[in-house]
Design a protein. Structure first.
Length: 521
């Protein structure tokens, strides 16, 4: 018997160990503050493949790269690039890697005595030059991107409805309209059941019955599935067409629609970047964002753009903020949506590194406590109200909670009896005709303020808020990559995870899903 128990316990231990050895699990943090670094780039040096850190800084790298003695190159906006030899890492637990902040003081403004001297490039002029230089900095030829796509909801920091895929995007270049010309293959997909699946949250937005809405906003979809919707929100790739609210057409509308303020410079991979704060106020909404632009060639490295509900605005500082180009501080309300899109240089051109789109939504849940049926009990001369759960005796046993009437005349209730999931209402008039079958007399019954034993109020809808995420993280760039001559591409007007063609490739193990860590890890 003891041998049997020993073998039984050994099996799961070996299984867990092998699972842990499949990936190196790590987390990027600020070395000083210990705060997680989201959207950091982790590349395998000799493979030019990698992942982007999650919101909590976590990431996964296949163990095979450690076995062949490879090195990680880790970089993030505002931090010094770091290299980590994989063979030096202990993989028995989550590896925490700290990055050092790298920042430079504001160079756009020099203040001496009472005079203010401004450099030739104002924030607005930098934006203008960056947009006009898009044809010089981004690929206008065929290329492809292999990466990890996911969409999910986040409720109370818990993941819901996590869907994952490995995709290859075949782009004809910035000279072609993305929504018409770009084609996508699906190499692997997974509706991850290790995380909670919520059927209500996964439904499409519905503004008719308000069952799922974006509060004080609507999500514009020019056509296509969730991945197509995500790509629409890449304002750099779609610089000469309409994208999303306020940005609109980046080339034509962006400069006119916003205010710009220079902030201290920063770096990415030792490249100095202008940092420009972007603001806008419009009726009940406030825009806050930042754009990171190379000081060398005015390439746009990143756009972080968020739209919030309007909130109380702090008192404006004196007019000196206009000279210093520093925006007055605003208090922001609830988030409506935000977009983070980052590009990195590969050879001579800038290619997408990742795009993340998030919006807040509200879900209306059906009442948890409802009436199943109301029946006339002729034998007992009473009305039987059946609920879907046991009513609370303290609330359901009160006559004032019920309003019974016949032909507009209210009927008095003599007594109430509660049994299991039912309430029996006995009218005062014992001789009241009730009828049988088709001859049954019609009565009106209204019930209010009754709760079940779990505290749920009768017929009361409940609401909860959550965030919807759609994200694509590039793992490999293939310059001049052209689509194969077949029809095995994603059907863009069909959901990503519904009856899509799946293509098998021999190198599939080179790409992996950077699944978020479970919250309890």
């Amino acid at each position: 018997m003891r041998k049997y128990l020993l073998l039984l316990f050994l099996f799961p231990i070996v299984f867990v160990f092998s699972q842990q050895r499949e990936f190196i699990e790590g987390k990027l943090v600020d070395r000083k503050t210990k705060e997680p670094i989201a959207f950091g780039t982790i590349r395998v040096k000799n493979k030019a493949k990698g992942v982007i850190s999650n919101l909590d800084g976590s990431f996964k790298i296949p163990m095979v790269f450690q076995e062949i003695g490879d090195t990680l190159q880790i970089s993030s906006l505002g931090y010094r690039t770091k290299e980590v030899v994989l063979s030096d890492l202990k993989v028995s637990d989550i590896v925490v890697i700290g990055l050092v902040e790298e920042i430079e003081q504001l160079t756009g403004v020099v203040i001496t005595g009472e005079k203010t001297r401004v450099t030739p490039f104002s924030a607005r002029k930098i934006i203008r030059k960056a947009i006009s230089n898009i044809p010089n900095n981004y690929p206008f030829f065929d290329f492809s991107l292999v990466g990890y796509y996911r969409d999910y909801q986040l409720k109370d920091e818990n993941y819901l409805n996590l869907n994952e895929a490995v995709l290859e995007v075949f782009d004809r270049g910035f000279g072609f309209k993305d929504s018409y010309e770009t084609m996508t293959r699906i190499y692997r997909y997974n509706q991850n059941k290790d995380f909670v699946r919520d059927s209500i949250a996964s439904k499409p937005y519905n503004y008719d019955d308000k069952s799922k809405v974006i509060h004080k906003a609507t999500l514009y979809n020019p056509g296509g599935n969730e991945f197509a919707l995500l790509r629409v929100h890449d304002a750099i790739r779609n610089y000469n067409v309409n994208t999303y609210s306020f940005v609109n057409n980046l080339e034509r509308d962006f400069e006119e629609n916003h205010n710009f303020y220079l902030e201290p410079d920063t770096f990415i991979d030792d490249i100095p970047l202008y940092v420009i704060r972007v603001t806008k106020e419009h009726k009940e909404t406030v825009v806050e964002g930042k754009i990171y632009i190379s000081k060398n060639d005015f390439a746009i490295h990143k756009i972080a753009y968020a739209v919030h509900q309007q909130a109380i605005i702090a008192n404006k500082e004196n007019e000196k903020w206009r000279l210093s180009q520093v925006a007055p501080t605003k208090k922001l309300g609830e988030l409506i949506f935000d977009v983070n899109v980052e590009y990195r240089r590969y050879n001579k051109e800038m290619y997408l590194n990742y795009i993340s789109f998030r919006n807040k939504f509200v879900v209306k849940e059906p009442p948890k406590f409802m009436i199943s049926s109301v029946e006339v009990n002729n034998e007992s001369r009473c009305f039987e109200v059946n609920f879907n759960n046991t009513p609370s005796l303290s609330s359901a046993n009160k006559k004032a909670k019920y309003k019974l009437s016949h032909k507009g005349k209210r009927l008095k209730i003599d007594r109430i009896s509660i049994k299991n999931n039912s309430a029996f209402l006995y009218p005062s008039n014992k001789n009241l005709p009730m009828g049988v079958g088709d001859d049954q007399i019609k009565f009106d019954l209204k019930i209010k303020n009754i709760k079940d034993v779990d505290g749920n109020e009768l017929d009361k809808f409940t609401f909860y808020q959550a965030y919807q995420f759609r994200e694509f993280f590039v793992q490999e760039i293939r310059p001049k990559g052209k689509p194969p001559k077949d029809n095995l591409f994603m059907v863009m007007d069909r959901p990503v995870f519904k009856n899509q063609p799946l293509v098998k490739i021999e190198s599939l193990d080179d790409y992996w899903m950077n699944t978020p860590l479970q919250r309890n890890r």
